[in-house]
Write a protein that binds this ligand. Structure first.
Ligand SMILES: *Cc1c(COP(=O)(O)O)cnc(C)c1O
Length: 412
């Protein structure tokens, strides 16, 4: 894929759209032919034509080309979190949740003399999902539940750990995508280091555009998905694990297919997946990493998402919408808005109206709070968000909504 930075150049964003000078910013050239709605949802997200085209090959098991691509991807991911030498990236067939299960099931031993216990922090849907994972796998766990509306404090973690000496590991979601809350992993990592606890970070929503420095944070594992900030096709996921932590975990896993130790051991010895390799997804993923690098890595992608997010939140506020969270608590992946308190408003009409205009948005996940969400990850630019804001204003006019203030809780 080519990424062009425009000052004055004019190019169509879709075949059906030829008007309009591009403002300064980024344009994903090959997406000109996109004639399906742009996904303003936090997964799946829209990916580039080049990433999709990279999948148009059938490679056989063990072919040198696929072995080389897997290695390339593993090296890139480890380098992205500055984990060279001490860390290893293990791919898994499956979405992010599969990697969450594999990491916990392998790195937190359930029983025996080394049995551990996982302190799970939750302030939303994805923290709760880790609880579900542990309950079903019968991994010993304790839950630190904090309000979804305020940033958790490191004191809360310290108290929870002090209250239960059995705790060996801590799990935290970096960005809680159900609200957009960015949890303070730096402070939590420092605490875990001080107390000698292993740290597992669900960075599925943030990896690739928010810095996560393995040398500074010293985590045991970071969980990553191919979709979301890395902008590849969903269905492939990764655990970036500390080599010495993983090396201790032979035979810990409760599951054969999700045995991270075995997957890693096999890959180190043969360069290959244990089972049918997801060849098309690996090819797509390497293309997506090339785009990531060409865009300028974490910093540049963070700036693009940040600019889109700013435009989104400012645009919505200008219309009168209210956000669930104050800006300083959020990651620039998604924003959560209160449904307006107007009898003419219906989320379904908003959703359908936006889709008809080329954008897919998302209902809220905190049912009680009566919200909806708009994300800005994937091949989305600030300009796309500008067009989405125009479309949204148009839909609201069509609906006859005049009051944009916060609706009553629990009436979604
Ligand atoms: C998307 C996401 C996941 C994984 O969800 P899948 O449906 O398995 O892809 C996990 N955690 C967070 C924070 C996410 O945003």
């Amino acid at each position: 894929m080519q990424i062009f930075y425009f000052d004055t150049l004019e190019l169509p964003r879709r075949l059906s759209e030829t008007a309009g000078a591009f403002p300064r910013g980024l344009c994903f050239m090959n997406d000109d032919v996109r004639d399906e709605p742009l996904l303003l949802t936090p997964g799946p997200c829209s990916i580039s034509m080049a990433v999709k085209q990279a999948m148009l090959h059938d490679l056989a098991f063990g072919e040198a080309a696929i072995v080389a691509k897997v290695k390339e991807a593993r090296d890139y991911l480890v380098a992205l979190c500055r984990g060279d030498g001490d860390y290893t990236a293990v791919p898994l067939q499956g979405t992010g949740t599969y990697a969450v299960e594999a990491a916990i099931g392998t790195l937190v031993p359930r029983d025996g003399p080394t049995a551990g216990k996982l302190l799970i922090h939750s302030n939303g849907v994805y923290g709760d999902r880790i609880v579900d994972v542990c309950r079903q796998m019968r991994v010993p766990y304790a839950v630190l539940a904090t309000t979804p509306l305020e940033r958790p404090t490191v004191e809360q973690f310290e108290q929870a750990i002090a209250a239960d000496p059995a705790i060996s590991h801590v799990a935290v979601v970096h960005c809680e995508t159900s609200t957009g809350m960015l949890n303070p992993v730096d402070e939590i990592a420092a605490l875990c280091r001080r107390l000698g606890k292993g740290l597992l970070i669900d960075a599925i929503a943030t990896f690739g555009f928010v810095e996560l420095d393995a040398r500074r944070l010293g985590f045991d594992a970071v969980i990553v998905s191919a979709n979301k900030g890395l902008q590849s096709a969903p269905g492939l996921s990764w655990v970036i694990a500390r080599r010495d932590a993983l090396a201790r975990c032979k035979g810990h896993s409760w599951s054969h297919s999700l045995d991270l130790w075995d997957q890693h051991d096999h890959m180190e010895r043969t360069g290959q997946f244990r089972f049918t390799p997801p060849t098309h997804l690996v090819l797509a993923f390497c293309e997506a990493l090339k785009e990531h690098n060409e865009e300028g890595g974490i910093a540049a992608r963070g700036r693009r998402y940040g600019a889109s997010w700013r435009r989104l939140v400012d645009g919505m506020r200008q219309m009168g919408f209210q956000t669930l969270l104050p800006d300083e608590l959020c990651a620039s992946i998604v924003a959560t808005f209160h449904n307006p308190d107007d009898p003419n408003y219906s989320f379904k009409k908003l959703y359908d109206g936006m889709k008809a205009r080329g954008f897919v948005i998302f209902p809220g996940r905190l049912a009680a709070a009566n919200t909806f969400r708009i994300a800005c990850i994937g091949v989305v630019t600030e300009r796309d968000i500008g067009r989405a804001m125009d479309a949204l204003a148009d839909v609201m006019r069509e609906m006859g909504v005049t009051r944009f203030g916060r609706g009553a809780a629990g009436t979604a």
